[in-house]
Design a protein around this ligand. Structure first.
Ligand SMILES: Cc1cc2nc3c(=O)[nH]c(=O)nc-3n(C[C@H](O)[C@H](O)[C@H](O)COP(=O)(O)OP(=O)(O)OC[C@H]3O[C@@H](n4cnc5c(N)ncnc54)[C@H](O)[C@@H]3O)c2cc1C
Length: 370
């Protein structure tokens, strides 16, 4: 089969690249190993009319107007502002930590709570190494031992199955702490959920006469039969190079979805459980699009070591391996017309807006300008 461009993966990165290239007149074929498009932001409506995010809750947020305009060309959005509570010491308090959180934890009057003063007192009475050597020290140096223990210590152990002292300080360079009562989870200028879901958003991005899609097909099984001038790869980085520098590790999740015979299950779309139970958080999906139903569907998240790749693991060994693979990537992009985009192919944590921007930049700077 001869096309101009083959793209491996129908997630947001593959779809964005496909759309830009199709609009420039290139014939694009997308190969997707799953039986659905949209990759990790895939969602569907269950039998109770509630939209479920199959791979965990996804909220679109960005400060980049071009990216916001791009997604708004393909879908209307509900202007949803995400709010998260954290269940600590038997109470539900706003997270990230803000003035209300501190007044609740320290039993103070909300409007006379001086966030800067409390944090400084907490930091002064804590022990940590300066400059911080690890994640624990980095968080303690910003909020003190008590708040670190309530909100971060056990959550991190559940999420990464290792003590925060074994995790890089870089991951906690800037812990969000609000001096006011702003209880939004994200502070970005543009936030929302596609009104008809993420799958429909991606379907609309892919709806172009120059784009064809083959679903349920692993690229590596048919790669010899495909002929194209350019390949864009959005799958696992190590797999493309046949694991020559070793396997890159990921953390995975067990997502247990339950439906209850009541209108609402909890007070917010997402509630974190840093210290109690084995799950890290519970998501109640109907909040995202304000869906009405006499039932409600929720998702309990249990982190685990293996399975579907979710989060990259930022150990020194993995980063060293990634850098070796990225040298190969550089050579492929310069010499072979093979380009790598997205969370798997670049082995990095990307939000949806960042992955769209990365795809736009790579296509414009590295492919269309050649
Ligand atoms: C639990 C969780 C929650 C998140 N929440 C948010 C959020 O609230 N807001 C936000 O902005 N971002 C969020 N993200 C990040 C978001 O999911 C990613 O930024 C985005 O989905 C990445 O898109 P992608 O195209 O790079 O990768 P993917 O969506 O993974 O797409 C890659 C595609 O390539 C396919 N593929 C791989 N290898 C092959 C092969 N050999 N042959 C054929 N096909 C192949 C895969 O099946 C997949 O469909 C979250 C991520 C997680 C894990």
């Amino acid at each position: 089969m001869k096309v101009d461009i083959v793209i491996v993966g129908a997630g947001l990165s593959g779809a964005t690249a496909a759309r830009i290239l199709a609009e420039k007149g290139y014939k694009v074929l997308i190969i997707e190993r799953l039986k659905h498009i949209a990759g990790h932001c895939y969602d569907y409506k269950n039998e109770f009319g509630i939209s479920i995010h199959k791979y965990g809750p996804h909220i679109f947020h960005t400060n980049d107007k071009e990216t916001w305009d791009f997604v708004n060309k393909f879908s209307k959005f509900r202007y949803y502002q995400h709010r998260v509570l954290s269940y600590v010491e038997g109470n539900y308090v706003p997270f990230p930590v803000n003035r209300t959180t501190l007044s609740r934890i320290f039993g103070l009057k909300p409007y006379s709570t001086d966030v800067k003063k409390i944090l400084q007192q907490e930091i002064d009475r804590s022990n940590y190494i300066k400059p911080p050597l690890n994640f624990r020290d980095a968080v303690v140096s910003q909020m003190g031992e008590k708040l670190y223990s309530l909100f971060y210590k056990n959550y991190t152990i559940k999420q990464w199955q290792t003590h925060p002292e074994n995790i890089s300080a870089d991951l906690a360079k800037r812990i969000p702490i609000r001096e006011n009562d702003d209880n939004r989870y994200f502070a970005d200028k543009y936030q929302g959920i596609p009104l008809y879901g993420y799958t429909k958003l991606v379907e609309s991005i892919l709806d172009h006469e120059n784009i064809s899609i083959l679903l349920g097909q692993d690229y590596f099984e048919i790669k010899e039969e495909l002929k194209s001038d350019i390949l864009i790869y959005t799958g696992e980085l190590d797999r493309y190079f046949n694991y020559k520098y070793g396997k890159l590790e990921y953390r995975s999740l067990d997502l247990k979805i339950e439906t209850y015979e009541k209108e609402y299950f909890q007070q917010a779309a997402v509630i974190n459980y840093p210290n109690d139970y084995d799950w890290t958080r519970i998501t109640e999906f109907k909040y995202f699009l304000d869906e009405k139903s006499s039932k409600t569907s929720v998702c309990f998240e249990y982190p685990k070591a293996s399975g579907e790749p979710y989060y990259i693991v930022m150990t020194k060994e993995n980063i060293q391996k990634r850098d070796l693979y990225l040298q190969e990537v550089k050579r492929c992009e310069e010499m072979d017309n093979v380009f790598f985009i997205g969370r798997l192919a670049e082995y990095r944590y990307y939000n949806m807006d960042q992955v769209i921007k990365a795809a736009v930049d790579k296509v414009n700077k590295n492919i269309l300008s050649k």
